[in-house]
Structure formats: structure tokens, C-alpha cells
Design a protein around this ligand. Structure first.
Ligand code: C2E
Ligand code: MG
Ligand code: MG
Length: 769
């Protein structure tokens, strides 16, 4: 492109220099002939370049080609006149045809807003008009400034008819308006793929035209222009031809500060207007009267400023509407569940809080029964459709004034703040509605739910969270009594089936001394099949609630996970296990590994690494003796970041185990993503003695995969010698189960009494002890 530009400049310079060598009488004929040739060539280049393009890229090239063709035609007419009437006037009526080129240029530039939209476009049409007003405003102000500073005797107009002076002035003014427009586009419009190059070249062409047109205006009475004076009329068409053949600049344009450009867009037109106003004020102050032309420009400027303001107001109104629409959308997103469109937890809490102080309310808390099965069997897309269908049914069961929300996963809640007395009926309607099978994609699916019901109590004012916890407790007790039912909250101190476990658990753990609130740690041995040696123990939490009595670990762990309390249990067990490791080493006669359970949810929370490092540092247990079992009761959402946490823990020398492998979510995906050392094969997969073919094949496959990955396999649920034997035969090195010992407190730990002859010595794999 640069080479082309140089060649063009050299040719124009050469033709101009050649003209200067000719006698002045021959200048007119020479320059008219040269301009005809250049104009015709440029027109055909533009039209040819348009042919290979489409859309806007084609349109502006066609417009330029037509404008240049009209321009060349007038040159031809001039040439004929030059030959037939050697003394013709400098300007003629036919010159009006020259306006075709600026008109085409204007149309081409007005299309530019489509390719170069404003940073915050509101309407393409308004954008075009605003661009035109801005250009005329700036050009008019510049004109007024120039007019007030340039001495009148510069203009050689004597004897020229006013019409011709006006026509000649109009070319220069049109050039000024168009150059301003190009300047504005280059300054305030973000770059587009079309690139800035053609626009910049077009601007240069306009400048070239403008210089020669201005010289012509100044020397109107001096006869034909010298070749150097009219060189702009050669350079202009040549630069336009270059613009037409230029290719869009490659690569993305540099990022622009859009806010800054929008300011520029708003302020730029007023800078020259202000300057002109000041100049007029200074002149008037100095006693210089305004010329009619200046007064006319002043009024024009005023009218345009008013029009521009109107456009800005319309633009601002449109933008304000968009902002408030955006805010409405954001508000909806923040308070609604994107999958079902129901209210989310935040909106539910907000409305519950508002209603609690003002009127009686009831809350129904529904948790779907075994929804995991649907996800696991039919995939998540199907799970999502079922959730949407459930949301629709729930809404049909309540009155329009009551609020249905999806609190997360498969948990829904209904706030009955208008019809609290009918809560039980509504709950029954929901249970009945959900009992109806769902037919989705030709499949018939059954989804039940367990519902907890709680009503606000005037005697005991409660927060929204406390009421939700009670609803959750009631739901949980309904689950324990058999799924698909509804239970009403029966009070915090009810130690029976309806005990408010979330409340009791929170009380026990928030005291900071779980041991004093009934928490204990039991240990269960993990044994090597070849010789029956205990190579490790698993630390397991036990809780005997002072109110509800002994609570099964499956129950309190899952309640703790739901209520965000599981970290406190994990940390208590971790600390106690690290303390007890020394005593266990004495029981077993040598140091053994300590397995500690960690809820998978903690991999996505902070604090796990600090807890583990703190426990090791406090107790002096070597990191190599600690195994963290990742217990997956909730899906690990972000496997890559969980893998990073696992990797950091391993860097201490700690080993990581995948617990209950084969029973949770996406076992193979986890094995693929998480860098684990040990896999604990779930008891449901280890019944190789009961179903030797299926279970055997599964265990063999898992063992092969794990051996290939350098992962040790621990078989869970070893209850009989036959199962231990069968797994050892398959090549599994270690196992855990009632056969080797029940979980028991530290003081009841003793080495297992399993005769090693039961186990074949063929399973060669060994664990470090
Ligand atoms: P888990 O980590 O898979 O623990 C093994 C469970 O299997 C224990 O149940 C244990 O008593 C049981 N078990 C051991 N041998 C046999 C057997 O031969 N047959 C059968 N049927 N079961 C056997 P437990 O103690 O009831 O714990 C249940 C679950 O609670 C644990 O499963 C673990 O997921 C969770 N858990 C226990 N303590 C903690 C803890 O401190 N933190 C976390 N996050 N979870 C824990
Ligand atoms: Mg475990
Ligand atoms: Mg397990």
C-alpha cells in the first residue's frame, strides 16, 4: 500500500511538474486533459473494485465510482469548451455537475455509521443525522472563525457574478464539511473490520480537493489555476482510487476506551462553537459589527446546537430505558433460578423475612426422593427437564399469592404467607401431584418428595434461617419415616423421630467442644490380605446427642453437609485421629496409616489445607501416615479446581483416597481428574462371593485400571472370610470390614485375630507399613 501511495504521489508530481513547463496559455487545456484522464481512471478503478465486493463495502465504492465518473464527464465537457471557446469563463453553470461527487461522498460517509457504530449505538438513523449535524456544526464554526480572521482582499472576485462566487465557495465548504465528517468518524467511532485505511485515504483526497477548490475560490478573477494550484484535482481522484483498492487492515484494532470516545462524541462539536462564540463576542466588544454572513452562520450554529441537543436527549432517553431494562433483567437473574424460573433462595429468604414480623406464615420444604437416580440413569439434561416439570406442578398446587422457590439442587420450598392455614392441604396436594408419573421424551418417570412443614409461632419469634432449618428438620424426619410423606415440625427438644437434628447439631458443634456434646472418634482396621496385618485404621465420627440419643453417622453427616457444618466434624475427627495415632502405634506394635474422612464439599471451600497442616504440626504425626478419604455425598462440581487442592495436599506427603468408589457420582470422571493414591472400592461392588461373575468382572476391571494408574485398592465391606478370600484372589491387596473388626473407640482397639492361612499368599501387592 505504501509503495502504491508513493507511485501515485510521484506520478501526480511528475504530471504537475510537466504542466509547469508549459506556457500559461496552455495550462487550462493541459490540466483539464490530465484531470479527465485521472478522473476517468479513478472512476473505473472504484467501479472495478466494487465488483468483487458486497454489502456496504460494495456500496461506497460504487458511490465513489459514480461520483468520479460524473466529475470526469464535466472535465470532458470543459475540454470540449477549452477547444471550442478558448476564452470561456473560469466557472460555468455546468460546474454544478461537480456537486455529484461530494453528494456521493456524503452518502458513502453516512453509510459508515453502520460499519463504524458509535460505542453506545442507539439508532442507526439518529446516528447518521447526528453525524451530519456535528459535521456541519464544526465546519460552520470553523468557517465563521476563518471568515473573521482572513483579510477580505485575499479574495480576487472583482467582476465575477455572485452566483458563480457562491458556487465556487460551495465546493470549498462541501469539502470542509466532508473532511470534518471523516475526521469525526476517525476520532470518535471505534475501529471496525473495514479498517481505518480507506477512510483516512478518503480524508486525504478531500483535503487535496479542498486545497485546489479554495485556491480556485480565492483566484476566481485571475484566470485558470497554475498546474501546481490545481494538483489537488489530480491527487484527489488518485487517492480515492487507492482507497477503493485498499484492503481492510488485518488483525483486531487496538482496544479503545469507549467511555472516553463517548465523551469526545458529546463534547467535540461544542469546542469550535464555543471558540466561534468567543471570537464573535471579542469582535463585538471591540466595536466590530457582525457581517451578514457571520450573523447567518451564528443563527445556523444556534439552530444546529438546538437540534443536536434534541438528538442527545432522545439518545439519553433510549439509553436510560436500556439501563433500566438491564437493571430489571439483573434483578430478575439475582432473584430467580435460571433453570426453572422460580424464585431462588435469596428471594425466598427476603420475602420470608418480610412476612415473618408482619403476619403468620407457613413454609413447606420439599426434597425430592432419590433424584440422584434420575440424573445417574438418564443424564443431567433429563434431570433438568424433570426439575422444570416439577416446578410447573408445584406452582399449580399453590395459590398465585404464595411463593414457590427452588432453594438448590432438588430442594424446593413454598412460602404460604397468604394462606398459612391451608399449608397441610397444599402439602398433600403437592405430594399427590408429584406422585403422578412424568412423561418426558416418551419415558415415564416417577419422582417422589418428602415434605417438611413448619408454621411461624407468635410466642417464639424466629429468623427466616431458623424457620428454614426447622422446615428442613421436619422434612428430614419425614424422610426417615419413609419417603414420599409429609411431617410437621415437632419442636427443638423432641428427641424422637422428629428431632430437630440441624438445630441440635449446630448447638453441639457451635460450642467449639464437640467431645463435650457427644462426639467421639471410632477406629476400624484396614487389613492386608496376605498376612492379616493391620496396615491402617479409618477414623469414623460417632455422635450421641444429649437430646436425641445416638444418631447414625450417615444421618448426621448428611445433615451437617446440608447445613454447612461438616467441616467442624471433619476437623474434630482429624485432630483426634492425629492425637490418637501415637497410642494406636503402641496397640499395633508399629506405626500404621491413619485414614480420615473429608467431605468432598470441602475441596471447593477454603480452610482444608490449613486444618490439615495445623493438625499435623500440633501432633507431630508424619504427613506420610495420613490418608484423606474424599467422601462424596454431593457431586464435585468443579473437578479441575478440586484436583488443584488434592495436588497441594499431596505436596505435603499426605495420600488421598477416593471413598466408596463406584457408589457415588461419576466415579470414572473423578478417577480421571483427581490425582489420588488410593481407591476404596464400595461394599456394593465387593460381593464377589455372592455374584462371582458380575462382581468379579467389575472388581477385576477396577483393579486393572488402578494398577495401571499406580493406585492402591482397598476393598470395603469385607464381612466374611469367603469375600476376603475372593478379593485377595482377584489381586486386591487390602480390605476393611466387620470381618477384621467393627469401628471401636481407642480403648477397645486390639490387633485382629484373622488366621492368615485363610488368605492365599498369591496377592502380591503390599502396602507400606
Ligand atoms: P465410610 O467412610 O465409607 O466409612 C465406612 C463405613 O462402612 C462406616 O460406616 C463403617 O462402619 C461401615 N462398615 C465398615 N465395615 C463394614 C462392613 O463390613 N459391612 C458394612 N455393611 N459396613 C461396614 P459409618 O461409621 O456408619 O460411617 C458412615 C459414613 O459416614 C462413612 O462412610 C463416611 O462417609 C461418613 N463419615 C463417618 N465419619 C465421618 C467424618 O468424620 N467426616 C465425614 N465427612 N464423613 C464421615
Ligand atoms: Mg471413609
Ligand atoms: Mg467408604
Amino acid at each position: 500500500m505504501t509503495a502504491r501511495l508513493f507511485v501515485t504521489l510521484a506520478v501526480v508530481l511528475g504530471v504537475t511538474a510537466l504542466g509547469e513547463l508549459i506556457e500559461p496559455q496552455g495550462w487550462r487545456l493541459y490540466t483539464d486533459a490530465a484531470q479527465l484522464v485521472v478522473g476517468a481512471a479513478a472512476a473505473s478503478i472504484c467501479l472495478a473494485a466494487a465488483r468483487g465486493r458486497s454489502g456496504l463495502q460494495r456500496r461506497w465504492r460504487v458511490l465513489m465510482g459514480l461520483g468520479l465518473a460524473a466529475w470526469a464527464l464535466i472535465r470532458l465537457w470543459w475540454l470540449v469548451q477549452d477547444v471550442m471557446l478558448p476564452d470561456r469563463p473560469v466557472t460555468m453553470l455546468s460546474d454544478l455537475g461537480f456537486f455529484v461527487l461530494p453528494a456521493c461522498f456524503l452518502l458513502a460517509l453516512l453509510h459508515a455509521p453502520y460499519t463504524r457504530p458509535r460505542p453506545v449505538p442507539t439508532s442507526a438513523r439518529r446516528d447518521q443525522i447526528a453525524l451530519l449535524i456535528d459535521s456541519v456544526l464544526i465546519a460552520g464554526s470553523l468557517l465563521a472563525l476563518i471568515w473573521s480572521v482572513v483579510p477580505r482582499d485575499w479574495f480576487h472576485w472583482s467582476g465575477q457574478p455572485t452566483g458563480l462566487i457562491v458556487a465556487a465557495a460551495a465546493y470549498a465548504v462541501a469539502d470542509l464539511v466532508l473532511v470534518t465528517m471523516v475526521g469525526l468518524l476517525l476520532l470518535i467511532r471505534p475501529d471496525s473490520r473495514a479498517g481505518r485505511r480507506p477512510l483516512a485515504l478518503g480524508g486525504l483526497a478531500l483535503l487535496a480537493f479542498g486545497v485546489s477548490d479554495t485556491l480556485r475560490l480565492i483566484h476566481l478573477a485571475d484566470g485558470p489555476l497554475a498546474p501546481w494550484q490545481s494538483a489537488g484535482h489530480l491527487l484527489g481522484p488518485a487517492l480515492l482510487a487507492l482507497a477503493a483498492v485498499s484492503r481492510p487492515s488485518a488483525g483486531r484494532p487496538a482496544p479503545v476506551d469507549e467511555g472516553e470516545r463517548e465523551w469526545l462524541h458529546l463534547l467535540l462539536p461544542y469546542v469550535p462553537v464555543t471558540a466561534t462564540g468567543m471570537m464573535i463576542a471579542i469582535n463585538s466588544g471591540a466595536g466590530k459589527p457582525l457581517s451578514p454572513f457571520e450573523a447567518y452562520l451564528g443563527w445556523l450554529g444556534l439552530g444546529l446546537v438546538v437540534a443536536r441537543q434534541m438528538f442527545t436527549i432522545v439518545d439519553n432517553t433510549v439509553l436510560l430505558e436500556r439501563v433500566s431494562e438491564g437493571q430489571r433483567r439483573l434483578h430478575h437473574q439475582a432473584y430467580h433460578d435460571p433453570l426453572t424460573g422460580l424464585a431462588n433462595r435469596a428471594l425466598f429468604r427476603e420475602r420470608l423475612t418480610g412476612a415473618l414480623g408482619a403476619k403468620p406464615v407457613a413454609v413447606l420444604f420439599a426434597d425430592l426422593d432419590d433424584f440422584k437416580l434420575i440424573n445417574d440413569s438418564f443424564g443431567h439434561a433429563m434431570g433438568d427437564r424433570v426439575l422444570r416439570a416439577i416446578a410447573e406442578r408445584l406452582q399449580r398446587c399453590v395459590s398465585p399469592d404464595d411463593l414457590v422457590a427452588r432453594l438448590g439442587g432438588d430442594e424446593f420450598a413454598v412460602l404460604l404467607d397468604h394462606t398459612p392455614a391451608g399449608a397441610e392441604d397444599t402439602g398433600r396436594r403437592i405430594l399427590a401431584a408429584l406422585r403422578e408419573p412424568f412423561v418426558i421424551d416418551g419415558r415415564t418417570l416417577g419422582v417422589g418428595a418428602s415434605i417438611g412443614l413448619v408454621a411461624s409461632d407468635r410466642e417464639e419469634p424466629l429468623t427466616a434461617d431458623a424457620l428454614l432449618r426447622r422446615a428442613d428438620a421436619a422434612m428430614y424426619s419425614s424422610k426417615r419415616r419413609g419417603k414420599g410423606a409429609m411431617a410437621r415440625y415437632a419442636g427443638a427438644n423432641d428427641g424422637g423421630a422428629n428431632a430437630d437434628l440441624p438445630h441440635l447439631l449446630a448447638q453441639a458443634l457451635e460450642s467449639g467442644r464437640p467431645a463435650a456434646s457427644g462426639f467421639e472418634v471410632f477406629y476400624q482396621p484396614i487389613v492386608r490380605f496376605t498376612d492379616g496385618a493391620t496396615v491402617a485404621v479409618e477414623a469414623l465420627a460417632r455422635w450421641t446427642s444429649p437430646v436425641a440419643g445416638p444418631v447414625h453417622p450417615d444421618v448426621f453427616v448428611s445433615v451437617a453437609e446440608r447445613t454447612g457444618l461438616v467441616a467442624a466434624i471433619d476437623d474434630f475427627v482429624l485432630n483426634q485421629a492425629c492425637v490418637d495415632a501415637a497410642a494406636l502405634a503402641i496397640v499395633y506394635g508399629r506405626p500404621i496409616d491413619m485414614h480420615v474422612n473429608v467431605s468432598a464439599a470441602r475441596l471447593s471451600q477454603t480452610g482444608l489445607e490449613e486444618s490439615v497442616a495445623g493438625a499435623l504440626a500440633r501432633t507431630g504425626l508424619p504427613a506420610s501416615r495420613l490418608v484423606l478419604e474424599i467422601t462424596e455425598t454431593r457431586r464435585i462440581q468443579d473437578l479441575p479446581s478440586a484436583a488443584t487442592v488434592v495436588e497441594r495436599l499431596r505436596s505435603y506427603g499426605i495420600r488421598i483416597a477416593l471413598d466408596d468408589f463406584g457408589s457415588g457420582f461419576n466415579a470414572l470422571a473423578q478417577l480421571h481428574s483427581l490425582p489420588v493414591d488410593i481407591v476404596k472400592l464400595d461394599a456394593t461392588l465387593t460381593d464377589v462371593d455372592v455374584a462371582p461373575e458380575r462382581a468379579g468382572a467389575l472388581c477385576r476391571s477396577v483393579l486393572t485400571i488402578c494398577t495401571d494408574l499406580g493406585i492402591v485398592v482397598v476393598a470395603e465391606g469385607i464381612e466374611t472370610p469367603a469375600r476376603a478370600h475372593a478379593l485377595a484372589e482377584l489381586g486386591c491387596p487390602v480390605g476393611q470390614g466387620y470381618l477384621f473388626g467393627q469401628p471401636a473407640p481407642l480403648h477397645r482397639q486390639q490387633p485382629p485375630m484373622i488366621p492368615s492361612q485363610h488368605i492365599p499368599p498369591s496377592s502380591a501387592a503390599h502396602l507400606a507399613t
